[in-house]
Structure formats: structure tokens, C-alpha cells
Design a protein around this ligand. Structure first.
Ligand SMILES: Cc1ncc(COP(=O)(O)O)c(C=O)c1O
Length: 385
């Protein structure tokens, strides 16, 4: 292991050299079943041939031009992405490079929307306790986890938090100082916590009634992860803004802020920008992801595979596991003990899994995982439990 990296991650003792499908290979040639997909990024698995072909061809043709121009590939990708999100009312997109950058853009749109209509003093953004929205100073400021609000102050002003899933608190919080409500339909880093259906319906109703923008952070839950293209489709709500990143280009960095009718025209020339945002290489990869994931049969398979994992674990009836939950291939498993030793044990037995908090195991396998690979992963985990 190389020690020149800043000490920001609890890195496990392995160095990978290549991947194939649901498998990663280390420097010693040992293979590992990957139930992390780069934290919901490599959604089509490693070395997915159509993705590799698309980025190879694009790299040979054109990698990047400034966003003062369009490329054929980025224009097509943007159009296809907006079309994929049209069922929940999205009209326009801004392309960025990461989830944090997408959420920064969303916060800027929300503040300007309100300023344009109502003047100053209505800039507060409400988000949920337990949420995670990024690592920049502003996206940390809107992240509802106290332990992340240390060391880096002063933080950006104008963010307040309410408990996840509590409609009465929501009603009280959405007052005349508020321009937006930012919600992950299913909290990822916070422990795989799906918001209740009635809470999301109430959030959409109150936001519409008070002209407060509803922003859904679908950076982890979007792009098919939960068995529908967007998780908010399962809630039958139409947010005003959606943020995406992670799986959107299957491993090439990209982020997106999508806006519906109300917010689509808020940004005007010079209001926002991003040097790399949505460059042709990322867009070529994103087009492959979109055309693969939007197929109903592909989404149905994600749902089925997720159910197989959840049912498999529940069938053990093991008292060391207190709850199994999630949607599609975004799965959380609560354990009675700390999860880090389980991650380390799984690694040594050839299985890569994640945590979400101290007592929740998190599984985010690639959508292309096979039934045999699901059984193989379950067999390794069962050996531990
Ligand atoms: C829901 C959510 N929002 C935002 C982010 C930040 O994304 P990025 O790490 O690409 O900045 C993450 C990353 O884990 C996330 O899960």
C-alpha cells in the first residue's frame, strides 16, 4: 500500500489492478466479488464492453471542448437524460462532474428562484437529519450529520434540519424564510433509510402550496439503482429539481442538475459553470448507461435481484441481523455488532461490501450481477453469520 495519500479514507488492505463484470482482481491475482460497484458508480459492472467501446471511440474522436461550445455527444446525452427524467417533469439540465457539484448547483438555483420572485430573506434550505449531500463546505452545511459539522467552519449559512420522515416537523419548518427542501428519497450514507410514502407526498404537497422548491438528491438512489429509473417515481411525486451523479456514466465522472417547469430558466448566462462538466468522454459513457438502464426489462431485473438478496438474508433468521431493507439493488442490513470487522472479514474471503453507519452493512452491487454471483455473495456472508 502506498502512503503518499492524505489520510482521508479507512482504506482496506488491497490494491486492485483490473476488473471484469462483478469481479475485481488484486495485485496478487486474487479475485473479489464486488457488491459495492464503486459506491453505486460502476452500475454496469467493470469493463462492460459497450461502455469501453463507446469511450474508446469517443477518446479517438474528441475528449473535451469548452462548455462555450456544444459537442454532438454531449448534446445527445443531455437530450436523452432530460427525456429519461421527463416522466417526473424535468425540462432542462446542467452537467457537472460530481454529486457535490450537482447539489451546489441545485442550492444556487433554489436561492436565485426565490430571490427573483420574493426578494431577500427567503434563502433557507431545509434538509433531513441523517442526510448526506457532499463534501464541499456548502454541501456539508446542508448535510444533516452533526459529526461532519466539525473542523471546517465557518459553514455556509441558511440551512436547517428536521427529523427524517416527520410530516408535522416538516410543516413547521417550511416557513416564509424557506426557498427549498432537499431530500434523498432513500438516504444512502445515512444508513439506507427510505422515506415513508406519506412523508414524501406531504413534502410535495406543502412545497407546491408554498412555492418552495422540492429538490430530490438521487445521486445514490437514481439511474435504476432502486428498480425504477428514479426512486422518486416510486413515490409518485414530481420534484422541481433532481440531482444525479455516481452511476450516471458508469464510472466516468459526471453530475447533473435537472430542473422542471418552475426552475428550468432560473440560471441565466454567467450564473453558473463547470470546466469539465459533461464533457464528450463522460457523455459517451452516460449515453451507454441511459440506453441500457431505461429498458423496462433491465429495471425489472434490478428489482428481482434486489429481492433475491433481501429474501436470501431474511431466510437465515439470524439474530445477529436485526433488519434488512432497501429497494432494488440499494440494500441495508442492520447488525447487532460493529460492521467494520465484517467488511474486513468479507474482504479476506473475496467479497467487497460497504457500511452505512456503524451498524449497517450496505450492498450496492452492479446491475449486471448474475444470479450465481448473488448466491456466491450470500454464501460468503452466511459463513460469517
Ligand atoms: C445522496 C448523495 N448525495 C451526494 C453525494 C456526493 O457525491 P460526490 O461524492 O460525487 O460528490 C453522495 C455521495 O456519496 C450521495 O450519496
Amino acid at each position: 500500500m502506498n502512503d503518499v495519500f492524505m489520510n482521508t479514507y479507512h482504506r482496506l488492505p488491497v490494491v486492485f489492478t483490473h476488473g471484469q463484470g462483478s469481479w475485481l482482481f488484486d495485485t496478487a491475482g486474487k479475485r473479489y466479488l464486488d457488491w459495492t460497484a464503486g459506491i453505486a458508480v460502476n452500475c454496469l459492472g467493470h469493463n462492460y464492453p459497450p461502455l469501453v467501446q463507446a469511450i474508446t471511440e469517443q477518446a479517438q474522436r474528441l475528449i473535451h471542448v469548452s462548455n462555450y461550445y456544444q459537442t454532438d455527444t454531449t448534446a445527445a446525452f443531455a437530450q436523452e437524460l432530460v427525456a429519461a427524467c421527463a416522466p417526473v417533469g424535468m425540462k432542462k439540465v446542467f452537467l457537472a462532474n460530481s454529486g457535490a457539484e450537482a447539489n451546489e448547483g441545485a442550492c444556487k438555483i433554489a436561492r436565485k428562484y426565490s430571490l427573483d420572485r420574493y426578494g431577500t430573506g427567503r434563502h433557507t434550505i431545509i434538509s433531513l437529519k441523517g442526510s448526506f449531500h457532499g463534501r464541499t463546505i456548502t454541501t456539508l452545511s446542508v448535510t444533516g450529520q452533526e459529526h461532519l459539522h466539525q473542523n471546517f467552519g465557518p459553514f455556509t449559512e441558511g440551512f436547517r434540519f428536521i427529523p427524517s420522515g416527520e410530516s408535522a416537523a416538516l410543516d413547521r419548518a417550511l416557513d416564509s424564510t424557506v426557498c427549498a427542501l432537499l431530500i434523498e428519497p432513500i438516504q444512502g450514507e445515512g444508513g439506507i433509510v427510505p422515506q415513508p410514502l406519506d412523508f414524501m407526498a406531504e413534502a410535495a404537497r406543502l412545497c407546491a402550496e408554498r412555492d418552495i422548491l422540492l429538490i430530490c438528491d438521487e445521486i445514490q438512489s437514481g439511474i435504476g439503482r432502486t428498480g425504477t429509473f428514479l426512486a422518486c417515481q416510486q413515490y409518485q411525486i414530481k420534484p422541481d429539481i433532481i440531482t444525479l451523479a455516481k452511476g450516471l456514466a458508469g464510472g466516468i465522472p459526471v453530475g447533473a442538475v435537472l430542473a422542471g417547469e418552475k426552475a428550468a430558466a432560473v440560471f441565466q448566462e454567467g450564473d453558473h459553470g463547470s470546466t469539465f462538466g459533461g464533457n464528450a468522454l463522460a457523455a459517451a459513457a452516460g449515453r451507454v448507461v441511459l440506453r441500457t438502464v431505461k429498458e423496462p426489462a433491465f429495471l425489472a431485473a434490478i428489482e428481482r435481484k434486489g429481492k433475491a438478496i433481501q429474501d436470501g438474508i431474511r431466510a437465515w433468521n439470524n439474530p445477529a441481523i436485526t433488519q434488512v431493507r432497501g429497494r432494488g439493488l440499494m440494500i441495508g442490513v442492520d447488525t447487532v455488532s460493529h460492521v467494520m470487522p465484517i467488511l474486513e472479514w468479507a474482504l479476506s474471503h473475496g467479497l467487497l461490501i460497504l457500511s452505512a453507519g456503524q451498524r449497517t452493512l450496505r450492498f450496492l452491487p452492479p446491475y449486471t450481477i448474475s444470479d450465481e454471483e448473488i448466491s456466491a455473495g450470500l454464501a460468503i456472508l452466511q459463513e460469517y453469520f
